[in-house]
Design a protein around this ligand. Sequence first.
Ligand SMILES: [Zn+2]
Length: 112
Amino acid sequence: MSLETVRSYWLICLEIVKMASKSKHVAKGRVTGSAGRFGPRYGRFNRKMVNESEKISRAKHLCPMCDTVAVKREGTGIWVCKKCGYKYAGGAYAPQTPGLKVVLRTIETKGE
Ligand SMILES: [Zn+2]
């Protein structure tokens, strides 16, 4: 190996390291999690929204009947408790929505 080939070899190595560190820097701003399947598409804000709603919809929630954290999403707006089997309607992606609080308050005041 001549000195010239060694030098060009090192230059290529340096370039690869530079590229790798550059791509790492880009990956820093990515929103990871369940929205990672979209890659760089749809924008950072939209991916963040999907990520948050999926985190909530996939997690277990408190059952209003037996007070155990066993409620899971069965379909759009359908929530089922895995322990007591209690099935109820909720938000599409969360068991409780801000609108539910308003409804409950209205029912309470109407009942008095
Ligand atoms: Zn339950």
